[in-house]
Write a protein that binds this ligand. Structure first.
Ligand SMILES: Nc1ncnc2c1ncn2[C@@H]1O[C@H](COP(=O)(O)OP(=O)(O)OP(=O)(O)O)[C@@H](O)[C@H]1O
Length: 228
């Protein structure tokens, strides 16, 4: 399944009413590689959170296909995310008491029984591809880069139609980052996934079909790919 994105009248405010993000309209076809760049505090993570349906207070609509995630209650948003959105976020959202393999295969819990074994196999293969052989180790002892790779393996193994990533290469060495970028591009090209990645990594941004620049909570440029 592939999901087109349609944003309309999106506005996110701080609890005191300050505008953090204002995006009157944005559309993205499925199967696109979209980069988001901007200075610290520009609103990039806020946009990713809005796209993932992780914000409780936002005006407007964020439609993935026919689903407006802003119109759903928290349970509905969680269910939609589990089925449709793979997330590689900066806090990695790992479960400390689980090992790397179980963390990477976590989305199997939300899948029909018949799909679970294949998802676990994909998670294992992704961990190996990302150079994490210690799949049986609990993530508590892992470094930042190792934790990031577990989160990436989980998001990619889910084969969700949408992948949202916040600085996916930030904790990785250049070689691992380059392999990851190749893998993400291949996934998008073969599966029709939509990848939206916030990044400062020029190598990653160069590989995107489209790069959005956010400044002061607003979209200030929308380029069909850049050469950094
Ligand atoms: N809950 C909140 N309450 C008040 N202000 C907030 C809240 N969340 C974010 N902000 C503010 O919103 C603005 C955008 O933050 P955001 O994290 O989206 O920026 P960013 O572009 O991702 O920055 P960075 O590159 O540093 O991660 C910042 O000024 C931040 O301080």
């Amino acid at each position: 399944m592939s999901l087109p994105l349609m944003i309309s009248g999106l506005a996110v405010r701080s609890p005191r009413g300050r505008i953090l993000l204002e995006l009157p309209a944005l559309a993205a076809a499925p199967g696109a590689l979209i980069g988001i760049r901007g200075a610290s505090g520009a609103g990039k993570t806020t946009l990713l959170y809005a796209l993932a349906g992780l914000l409780d207070r936002a005006e407007g609509s964020v439609r993935w296909g026919s689903t407006d995630v802003l119109a759903l209650g928290s349970e509905g948003r969680a269910r939609f995310r589990a089925g449709n959105i793979g997330m590689i976020f900066q806090d990695f959202m790992l479960f400390e008491e689980l090992n790397a393999q179980d963390n990477a295969a976590l989305t199997a819990l939300f899948r029909p029984r018949a799909e679970r074994a294949a998802l676990r196999d994909r998670a294992k293969a992704r961990l190996a591809l990302l150079g994490l052989a210690e799949a049986e180790h609990r993530v508590t002892s892992f470094s930042g880069g190792e934790r990031q790779r577990v989160a990436i393996a989980r998001a990619m193994a889910s084969e969700a139609p949408v992948l949202l990533a916040d600085e996916p290469t930030a904790s990785l060495d250049r070689g691992t980052a380059d392999r990851l970028i190749d893998d993400l591009v291949a996934l998008v090209r073969t599966q029709g996934t939509t990848l939206i990645a916030v990044s400062h990594d020029a190598t990653l941004l160069e590989r995107m079909d489209r790069v959005l620049t956010i400044a002061g909570g607003r979209l200030v440029s929308d380029e069909g790919g850049i050469c950094a």
